[in-house]
Design a binder for this molecule. Structure first.
Ligand code: PHE
Length: 343
């Protein structure tokens, strides 16, 4: 009998060890624990036989059985730890998190190059005490042409072929100069404004012409305003925008609404004025200007015997092209972020 119980314990020890080490997961291990050590477990079954042993042998067999019980507990704990460690290692393959992953990265917008240029222009002129004035993009012929000394048969109308919207009475403004008239009609001197905005011409589209582009007008009216004031203003403006090294060239020009009229150019930043592929013999035209024609002052309700003024008009697109080295004006009208992000 004694031999029998001890033999069973030995057998159970071997098979329990084997089964615990083979348990594949926590669940199998728990089933084993119940199967071996539970109320109806295998070891419990062996222990039950102890009662039928002679008293002398009972103690030794009981001790052996209790020792086995402790051993099985130990193996299970060991196996449990091993399974847990294995699970943690496997997490590296199945549960990893990419800490660098950004879902839906937030793309910040970018200011349009024309907006950037306009902001600079406004900043430069606000340092000189100018205010910003705006006028309508749909104009009448009086403000766009007649009040600026451009009567119906004037050849200047040909170069500004217009988009008419209302039976030849209203048109998309061909330049920002009508704001001169509107502002003079509603304000008394001293006047110091710039008037930026879109203008429209029925030009054939090419790398330097578009049917919509942007200008800003400048108008100063006060006592004792002279051509030298205009020249100084242009110089200050061009150097502020393009850098202190640029030279300014003033040449005679013609506009019906200024007298005398001038054109201003800055020396090319690439060749320094020597002449290169990106400039016309070293100079880049940046604006048209002149002293406000006495009749234009009158049309604005200002007495030319008491006041004088100068005006200038520049293409924002052109300034942006010169400053940022953009080769095609049409890019400004394309909503291509790859273009816009470069500035
Ligand atoms: N309005 C002129 C143009 O569009 C530019 C200009 C403005 C010239 C003011 C002189 C004075 O070409």
């Amino acid at each position: 009998m004694k031999q029998n119980v001890v033999g069973e314990l030995e057998q159970l020890r071997a098979s329990a060890r084997e089964r615990v080490d083979a348990a594949g997961d926590q669940r199998a291990l728990e089933d084993l624990r119940v199967g071996l050590l539970g109320k109806k477990g295998e070891l419990t079954g062996v222990l039950r036989q102890l009662g039928s042993l002679p008293a002398a042998e009972r103690a030794a067999a009981g001790a052996a059985a209790n020792q086995l019980k402790d051993e099985i507990f130990g193996w299970i704990a060991e196996r449990q730890a091993a399974l847990e460690a294995k699970r943690h290692t496997a997490l590296g393959d199945t549960e990893w998190v990419d800490m660098t992953f950004v879902p839906n990265p937030v793309r910040r917008g970018h200011l349009h190059p024309l907006t950037l240029i306009l902001r600079e222009v406004k900043a430069i002129f606000s340092r000189l005490g100018y205010e910003v004035a705006l006028g309508p993009e749909v104009e009448d012929e009086v403000h766009n042409f007649e009040a600026l000394n451009i009567p119906a048969e004037h050849p200047a109308r040909d170069t500004m072929d217009s988009f008419y919207v209302d039976a030849d009475q209203l048109l998309l403004r061909t330049h920002t100069s009508p704001v001169q008239i509107r502002y003079m009609q509603s304000h008394k001197p001293p006047i110091r404004i710039i008037a930026p905005g879109a203008v429209y011409r029925r030009d054939a589209t090419d790398p330097s012409h578009g049917s919509q582009f942007y200008q800003f007008e400048g108008l100063v009216v006060d006592h004792d305003i002279r051509l030298s004031d205009l020249k100084g203003t242009i110089e200050y403006f061009a150097r502020s925008l393009f850098g202190p090294d640029r030279r300014i060239r003033i040449v005679g020009d013609h506009f019906p609404f200024t007298e005398p009229s001038i054109g201003a150019a800055v020396s090319c930043g690439l060749c320094g004025g020597a002449g290169c592929r990106s400039c016309k013999a070293g100079w880049l035209e940046i604006l048209g200007a002149g002293m406000v024609h006495p009749q234009v002052l009158r049309n604005g309700g200002i007495d030319p015997d008491h006041y004088a003024g100068f005006a200038f008009g520049a293409g924002l697109d052109r300034l942006a092209m010169l400053k940022y080295n953009v080769s095609d004006i049409r890019l400004f009208l394309e909503p291509d972020v790859r273009f816009l992000r470069q500035f």
